[in-house]
Design a protein around this ligand. Structure first.
Ligand SMILES: C[S@@+](CC[C@H](N)C(=O)[O-])C[C@H]1O[C@@H](n2cnc3c(N)ncnc32)[C@H](O)[C@@H]1O
Length: 438
């Protein structure tokens, strides 16, 4: 035990009251001026916490709840025996009921918007249709490989590999590959992918040459601008290790949510930013028809190669291989290198493929978000509607502030539980010009 006034050392155990749940999936407790991020705990609980590591300057500590002295009504028995202190680092919330998980995630989205965008928004995290247990959904799993060639999953914040033989959130197709029974000498990792079309595939990492390509089918529907139901049914080629939503219900759910908000009409001009292999692009192209235009931007050349093939039947689509900030002529964020020393971040010239105005914009950036510079340029397009698909609530909140500052209002926010048992949550945010603001 630590003496009063001293910081708690790694290995110490302490009884704490858990008071909050923070972005990143941490339950939060305090002990004598130190903040503890406690895994396997829930707000409202009193737990015995084992300190596992100290953060920078020991201002905060990481800990595991090793015994629960007073349990939250949301606490359940984790379905996976590895989801315990010292076990697998993959899931953060197996000890929480699904309803409880969704309430925690809603709180995080609400708090980020309040803190970073000064907006008070009611948030409900919706289940992905058909997912009533939160298990057996993950169609892409990266297994780690240890020095003896054995595949498993990583311990939390560790390079150790734990021999999880049946991951409870993995899709049945991933399980059938029995990756953990193989010997993977010399591999850094092994990816198991269960696409919606065809057989599951295993990819040894690093790959020898071009990796396998898989096919994903998306069938869904939404209400179009004239009130009629629009149906969509299409397949997409994607690199087995390239970006595709990992929950089998996510792509159709997000597509319907995005298209339902946009109300795209024939002949409109649309930008699809961070387009991947063209999931949203395809539906946008169908909606604008041959008299419209869709410009799709994506940084990964392998993804844009697939997008061009996937969308070959739509001549109204132009696919641009570029970073979105480069395409808009926005200076890249300065991190390291010569620009940091001189303090002069350099911007690429704006691409001639990016039009000066657009009717509709879709953004689906990676976790880091689009950034303030890109949001300012997007606002200058004077679109009648912008839909932002976000996998990080803090980045979304920061970018919401930028769009609001540039004359838009957050018209609607939906949030989806596309990653049950983990702290991750996906948001679909709709922005329209603020009244009198533009
Ligand atoms: C969340 S995924 C969305 C993909 C696509 N909209 C979909 O639903 O399948 C984000 C995509 O952004 C791409 N990306 C990451 N950073 C980028 C950047 N700075 N500029 C353009 N694309 C980027 C990634 O390669 C990835 O395909």
């Amino acid at each position: 035990m630590a003496s009063p006034g001293e910081g708690l050392p790694v290995g110490a155990e302490v009884e704490v009251d858990v008071t909050a749940f923070a972005h990143g999936g941490h339950a939060v407790a305090r002990h004598e001026g130190q903040v503890l991020f406690v895994r396997h705990a829930l707000p409202g609980e009193r737990v015995r916490a084992l300190v596992t590591s100290a953060g920078a300057g020991e201002r905060f500590l990481r800990a595991d709840a090793v015994s629960v002295l007073s349990a939250s009504p949301d606490r359940v028995e984790p379905p996976c025996p590895w989801a315990v202190p010292g076990g697998c680092g993959g899931c953060d919330l197996q000890h929480v009921s699904l309803a409880g998980q969704r309430a925690l995630k809603a709180g995080v989205v609400r708090e980020q918007l309040s803190r970073l965008a000064r907006l008070e928004v009611d948030v409900e995290v919706e289940a992905v249709p058909g997912d009533d247990a939160g298990l057996d959904w993950r169609t892409r799993v990266e297994f780690a490989v240890d020095d003896s060639g054995r595949a498993g999953l990583r311990r939390y914040r560790s390079h150790d590999v734990v021999p999880v033989d049946h991951c409870r959130i993995a899709a049945p197709g991933v399980d059938r590959l029995r990756v953990t029974e193989g010997s993977w000498d010399g591999a850094e990792a092994v990816d198991a992918v269960a696409p919606s079309v065809g057989e599951p595939v295993v990819v040894r990492v690093p790959e020898d040459g071009a990796g396998p390509v898989v096919r994903e089918r998306v069938a869904t529907s939404w209400t179009g601008p004239d009130g009629a139901t629009v149906t969509f049914d299409r397949t997409f080629d994607v690199d087995a290790r390239g970006f595709w939503q990992v929950h089998p219900g996510a792509a159709p759910t997000f597509l319907a949510a995005v298209m339902g908000e946009l109300g795209v009409r024939e002949g409109e001009r649309v930008l699809d930013l961070y387009c991947g292999v063209g999931l949203f692009t395809a539906a946008l192209a169908e909606a604008v028809g041959p008299s419209g235009q869709v410009v799709a931007v994506e940084a990964d050349a392998a993804a844009t190669d697939h997008a061009r093939t996937n969308l070959a039947d739509h001549p109204q689509v132009a696919v641009l291989t570029a970073r979105v900030d480069d395409a808009f002529g926005v200076a890249r964020p300065v991190r390291r290198g010569p620009s940091r020393r001189t303090g002069r971040p350099r911007a690429a010239a704006r691409s001639p493929l990016v039009p000066p105005t657009a009717d509709v914009v879709v953004l689906d950036p990676p976790r880091s978000g689009a950034g303030r510079g890109v949001c300012a340029e997007v606002a200058r397009l004077r679109a009648r509607v912008i839909v932002y698909v976000a996998c990080d609530p803090a980045a979304l909140a920061r970018d919401t502030a930028a769009l609001v500052e540039a004359g838009y209002r957050l018209d609607r926010l939906r949030a989806f539980d596309a990653f049950p048992m983990t702290h991750h949550v996906e948001c679909v945010a709709t922005f329209r010009p603020a009244e009198g603001g533009r």
